[in-house]
Design a protein around this ligand. Structure first.
Ligand SMILES: *[C@@H]1O[C@H](CO)[C@@H](O)[C@H](O)[C@H]1NC(C)=O
Length: 459
């Protein structure tokens, strides 16, 4: 074989192996599964600024951390303080989906994600408030990151399971200015989740710099009040949140099953499309030791949680298609559909001309879903008594440097179609799983349809 053929073959083999690893069932999307997450502050400030009381050379330590991420098979890892030794961390690590660094000190946020699952729509958001009172939190643009992770998908992307993942590094310190800044950080994050993750399951983990047992750290309590769950509280504390002043701070490292509290926290919630449940909580500090088998690699205990997910029996969705829609708004009909028993579509409506301007539908029960702008021409299809919308095709293209959807075509169980916009050469077809039909949309819109996916319900 010519070397080029060999290379191609080995690339194809690697891709197949990676796909098999991530999605064990290639044809049908799995309806349940497990995944592990790790949150680790890797102490990557330049050594001359902060030695983090960790012995050894930070470059060597980061290489070892990257390697241990592979060794223990974590699915989605969030790191904080991944600043000036980032290249070393990634040099030994083999997770196939990783965020590009935003830079060392003082340019970057230190937040990165290393994942075995593909993700979409990655973005970095800076905190509105910081305080330099106890530590130099305003030195770097700290904040949080967002990404939509595909936990499972079938070979045609007709069925995909997403969860929204947030990484963060909140303001440090215990002065009153720090407490105020940190409360504002968590409030900003919670508001963002409400808006940007409507209809989706959420996992948020990172360095909150917060402890329930510290009286002023009220931010994390508001997350619980808003319906988030903390696996440490659920699995280590029998569901009881520590009272302010009930100090039990962790050493480093501690035993995996220790009950003590750390500032690195995990929160999660289910959505109408997928349920999440934490099965195991562990401190993994003993896995992250230097070559001497004693010294830690970071001044933070890494936190691991094993979660399981289960697809709803009433709603599913396709993969998202189109552009990432910088500046657009997120919408999800799953929120409204969750309240409808056996939804049936009465009328499908599209708007389009040179591109796709809008999509919508009316359910027989009266709900109206409508997305996008008012440009283009409207076309509509009224479904018959025994007719279901079962297939959709989307085509995307680029306009003013932004990718968005240009075309949509719907096909029904009776063989009728409805189309709007202009076809491109970059298209995908989504088919409702056997026995299911299309009843709504999720995606990002503005004046036009940036990104789109279809929500299915059983017939
Ligand atoms: C998830 O993990 C649990 C415990 O190890 C196991 O019993 C279960 O079968 C797993 N579920 C899937 C879908 O792999």
């Amino acid at each position: 074989m010519k070397p080029s053929t060999l290379r191609r073959k080995s690339r194809a083999l690697k891709a197949a192996a990676a796909a098999a690893l991530v999605f064990p069932t290639a044809c049908h999307a799995a309806t349940s599964g497990n995944f592990s997450i790790l949150s680790m502050n890797v102490a990557g400030l330049p050594a001359f600024l902060n030695g983090n009381d960790v012995p050894g050379d930070k470059a060597t330590n980061h290489k070892l951390i990257g390697q241990k991420f592979n060794e223990y098979g974590y699915d989605v890892i969030h790191v904080q303080e991944d600043f000036n030794y980032h290249a070393h961390l990634y040099s030994t690590n083999t997770h196939p989906h990783r965020t590009p660094t935003s830079g060392g000190v003082p340019l970057g946020s230190g937040l990165n994600t290393l994942s075995r699952h593909p993700y979409l729509d990655f973005r970095r958001i800076k905190w509105n408030t910081c305080s330099n009172q106890d530590s130099a939190d305003c030195l770097t643009p700290k904040g949080f990151t967002f990404m939509r992770v595909a936990l499972a998908t079938d070979s045609s992307s007709s069925s995909t399971v997403y969860a929204d993942f947030y990484n963060l590094h909140a303001d440090a310190g215990v002065s009153s200015a720090d407490l105020v800044a940190r409360q504002d950080n968590v409030r900003q994050l919670a508001e963002y989740i409400t808006r940007w993750s409507a209809g989706n399951a959420v996992v948020v983990y990172g360095d909150f710099n917060s402890r329930y047992s510290r009286g002023g750290d009220t931010g994390i309590r508001t997350l619980l009040a808003a319906g988030m769950r903390d696996p440490w509280v659920e699995l280590r504390r029998d569901g009881r949140v520590p009272a302010p002043g009930e100090e039990d701070a962790c050493g480093n490292p501690v035993a995996g099953d220790a009950r003590c509290e750390t500032v690195d926290k995990v929160f999660y919630r289910s959505g109408p499309l997928v349920g999440l449940k934490a099965r195991e909580f562990a401190y993994d500090g003993l896995r992250f030791l230097q070559a001497d088998g004693k010294s830690v690699l970071s001044d933070h205990n890494p936190v691991r949680v094993e979660l399981s997910w289960e697809g709803s029996r009433k709603l599913r969705q396709s993969a998202l298609f189109g552009g990432e829609g910088e500046g657009a708004a997120w919408f999800s009909d799953a929120v409204g559909l969750e309240r409808v028993d056996k939804p049936r579509v009465a009328v499908v409506r599209f708007r389009g001309a040179s591109r796709l301007d809008g999509v919508g539908l009316t359910l027989r029960s009266g709900e109206v879903f409508k997305h996008g702008g008012s440009g283009g021409n409207e076309v509509a299809l009224t479904l018959g008594e025994a007719e279901y919308w079962t297939e959709a095709e989307l085509c995307k293209g680029e306009k003013s440097g932004k990718v968005r959807n240009f075309y949509i075509r719907a096909a029904t169980s009776a063989g009728r179609t409805l189309a709007a916009g202009t076809r491109t050469r970059d298209c995908a077809t989504f088919r409702a799983p056997s026995g299911w039909h299309i009843v709504g949309f999720v995606g990002q819109d503005g004046d036009e349809m940036d990104q789109l996916a279809f929500v299915y319900a059983p017939m």
